[in-house]
Ligand binder design. Structure first.
Ligand SMILES: [Zn+2]
Length: 310
């Protein structure tokens, strides 16, 4: 829309979703990124050459992806996974990840970020594995580089994703390497509740938030969502606490589900459901169609709930 080298537009005139004609005023922030400063009726004429007239188009806010895995994106051709479930996908990644060096991580993550950017997503929170072996942070470093390269057009937040049993100092090192939040998948640990408490303690030791893969299974009693809610209930209001997936809640009895919704609301946990992923990766036979989080967890009246792709 804007020719290369031209000064950025200062006013866009377009239709709102309701059909009204609106002017969106823009100005650069301290980092040079153009920000919306006002929406309404403006003096568009004052910016004659920097005015973009889209009055026959509808202008929508950009999308944000709250749960991506940019380190795993576009790896299908390298790993050629068999069609399978979540366990098979995790196993395939673990077996194949050693083939990727930092350059590979950067190439795939940058391509994936640009792909979603061209479709209107301007903010991405991505989980990135803390890898086994001598260089556990090559994925995080690569995506931190992508973040810096695309900073003027996209916001990227990195969640360190360690396997259960990863030493504390290695998880904390991921924050030093560029991760913003502590992640994890406690439901695959031998003692899920202890793993949740451990990850939350690590986050608290650095004053950062958490975004945990939470109860990504359908049948079983090793749920962690209650423990998670209890442990973060006293956190400062502005510290991130997010539970992703929450599939097990779809097979809860109504009373237990109702208690869970209450606990989530009290604790301030945001739930990110991932229906596209879980309808594919969870049991396609015995639990159909209960594979993603239920509507009680995705109702804005109940719990804050962005929806992601994974
Ligand atoms: Zn995930």
């Amino acid at each position: 829309m804007q020719s290369h080298g031209a000064p950025p537009y200062r006013v866009i005139t377009a239709r709102s979703a309701g059909g009204d004609l609106i002017d969106v005023a823009l100005a650069p922030d301290d980092g040079g990124r153009m920000r919306v400063t006002a929406i309404g009726s403006t003096t568009a004429g004052a910016y004659r050459e920097r005015h973009l007239d889209l009055s026959d188009h509808v202008l929508l806010p950009p999308a944000a992806d709250p749960h991506a895995h940019l380190d795993k994106a576009l790896s299908w051709e390298d790993l050629t996974p068999a069609v399978g479930d979540l366990d098979a996908a995790i196993e395939c990644w673990r077996r194949g990840v050693d083939v990727f060096d930092e350059t590979d991580f950067h190439r795939r993550a940058r391509a994936a970020a640009l792909l979603v950017l061209t479709r209107g997503t301007t903010a991405v929170r991505t989980h990135v594995d803390v890898l086994a072996g001598d260089d556990p942070y090559r994925g995080i470093r690569a995506i931190d580089r992508v973040r810096r390269e695309l900073a003027s057009v996209m916001a990227i937040e990195i969640v360190a994703l360690p396997l259960p049993g990863t030493p504390s100092e290695v998880v904390l090192g991921a924050l030093d390497a560029g991760a913003d939040l502590v992640g994890g998948a406690p439901h695959i640990a031998e003692d899920p509740a202890t793993e949740v408490a451990h990850l939350i303690r690590l986050a608290e030791s650095r004053g950062v938030g958490v975004d945990l893969h939470t109860d990504e299974f359908l049948i079983g009693d090793h749920m962690t969502i209650g423990t998670f809610a209890e442990l973060v209930a006293g956190w400062p209001a502005d510290r991130t606490r997010t539970a992703g997936h929450c599939c097990r809640s779809s097979t809860m009895e109504p009373e237990e589900l109702s208690q869970t919704v209450k606990a989530l609301r009290t604790s301030g946990i945001s739930v990110v459901t991932l229906p596209i992923t879980n309808l594919y990766l969870q049991d396609r036979v015995t639990c159909f169609p209960l594979r993603s989080a239920p509507v009680q967890l995705t109702s804005p009246q109940s719990v804050h709930h962005p929806e992601g792709r994974s």
